[in-house]
Design a protein around this ligand. Structure first.
Ligand code: ZN
Length: 276
């Protein structure tokens, strides 16, 4: 029996702990993902400490690790305060400057936290930032990926530090994960992405269906995330740069033939940046 289980029994509470991955909303549209079970928690990309500390306190959770995908402040802004308050070790991209990092991670490195049934491996996914990483693998037997600002439902991250070729390679790694893999993206950008995706690929029936579902979720202020990789393969233009319809739409937008999938992705990224 674990210490926390004993403590719960001592307190006379009847609990049936099950592992959960919750979205903690932060700022305008960030999600800080919290994995927790049986009094223990791991947090991904805590851009703000306050809502995380409030959740830890309210649910009586002890933070055992902090995972970071990239250096942007809306993903790391709460790290220093959480480390000071909890002493939790920080895992983060080896090639980026972070407020704090105990375990610099690069492709192939692993994060294993048996108490929370977490067994993840690191993918280098440059593009949004130069050193961006993702954590893919199993949580409680489910295939998951914490992909930060690389993949969104119906979209991908802006190319602040990387090239279209970088992003194409990074998205290919995520697209190669098992189709049931749940992608825990770090922003609720889904509706605006789908509006643009419909302009790119208006005849895509799964896309139209997902847009109706996502509209319904947002009308109830519920997250549209996580999103299965299999859904994104069907609806997300950035994962469909080899699809003839998506390619034709990109070529029409560019007003010229495009030589390869990287050129298609570059055109899609520019199109999305300017889309209102
Ligand atoms: Zn970012």
């Amino acid at each position: 029996m674990s210490d926390s289980t004993e403590r719960r029994l001592d307190e006379g509470r009847i609990t049936r702990p099950t592992l959960a991955i919750d979205a903690i909303p932060a700022f305008e549209d960030n999600y800080i993902w919290l994995i927790h079970e049986n009094g223990l928690a791991v947090v991904v990309d805590p851009g703000d400490a306050a809502p995380v500390r409030a959740r830890l306190q309210a649910a009586d959770l002890r933070l055992v690790a902090i995972l970071l995908t990239h250096h942007h402040n809306d993903h790391v802004g709460g790290v220093a305060e959480l480390v000071a308050a909890t002493g939790a070790p920080v895992y983060g991209p080896a090639n980026e400057r972070l407020p704090h990092c105990d375990h610099p991670m690069r492709e192939g490195d692993r994060v294993e936290i048996p108490e929370l049934k977490i067994a993840l491996h690191v993918l280098d996914v440059p593009g949004h930032t130069a050193g961006h990483i993702a954590y893919a693998g199993k949580v409680d037997g489910r295939d998951v990926v914490f992909c930060g600002d690389t993949l969104f439902s119906g979209g991908c991250g802006r190319l602040f530090e990387g090239t279209p070729a970088d992003m194409h390679g990074s998205l290919a790694k995520l697209a190669a994960l098992p189709r049931a893999t749940l992608a825990y993206c770090a922003h609720e950008y889904t509706l605006s992405n789908l509006k643009w995706a419909r302009a790119v690929d208006p005849g895509n029936a799964p896309l139209a269906g997902w847009q109706r579902t996502a509209d319904g979720l947002r009308a109830q202020q519920r997250p549209t995330l996580p999103t299965p990789i299999g859904v994104e393969l069907a609806i997300n233009p950035f994962l469909r740069t080899g699809d003839p319809t998506v390619r034709a739409a990109a070529e029409a937008h560019a007003g010229k033939p495009l030589s390869d999938e990287v050129a298609v992705l570059a055109t899609l990224r520019t199109w999305k940046n300017d889309f209102r």
